[in-house]
Unconditional design. Sequence first.
Length: 284
Amino acid sequence: MSASATSATAERADLRHLSGSLVLVGAGKMGGALLDGWLRFGVPPTNVTVVEPHPSAQIAALGDRGVRLQSDAGGLADAAAVIIAVKPQIAADVLPAIAPLIASSTLVVSIMAGRTLHFLAAALPRPCALVRAMPNTPAAIGRGITVAVARGADAAQRELAQRLLAATGAVEWVDDEALMDAVTAVSGSGPAYVFLLAEALAQAGVAAGLPPPLAEKLARETVAGAGELLHRTSLDAATLRENVTSPGGTTAAALEVLTGGNALANLLTKAVLAATERSRKLAG
């Protein structure tokens, strides 16, 4: 990434001048990644309350820095923003418990997979600004991408949501919530597809005669390096692929197997459509 791009990312996520308090409900892997990003981009620890009955040692240690830790939402007053990062299966139990935190001016950001804006609005006690977001696991290293959709949020609240979510990587917005199922299938589940590629490439290397440790190392570093190259360059994926492929060479021989009859593209399309349909069913 260029220095200017890095600077722009930091500016979008700058939270040093955040006014009001943040309440993070649920501090598992994704909630913890958000919290780490907020603190890294300047949120004063004393402005953050974490509601988590079973905090990890890493989250618990943040109490020494001033982050307030609670097992429930008892005693908390209105917050500028409440970020809901619990498992969707327990949402119906959690949302009524945080009702005292919600005022008409409160921004509620949910990263619960499959839980719609309609579900959130019906479960909360009064109208408020809502944002439904779908991050992905590279958020843990600040390289995630999140897609968000808003309801009832004014420009300032949408900007606040943008900055909170940008603390873990890139953010894109959509106007049509129906797109979130496909978003879940592509970027939410997408890291698993990439990890499967690395796993399968290592297995193929062993089949070709490489020692397993070397095959795994080659596959891991190749996938990681190719991803970083794709991240840093302005060239599209097709051009990068073509740049590696010499006519009649080894790469061309491999790609003929992978792309013959659009084999890989068709398989990925079927996979993404299956994940999209499952997301729709989970959302009800």
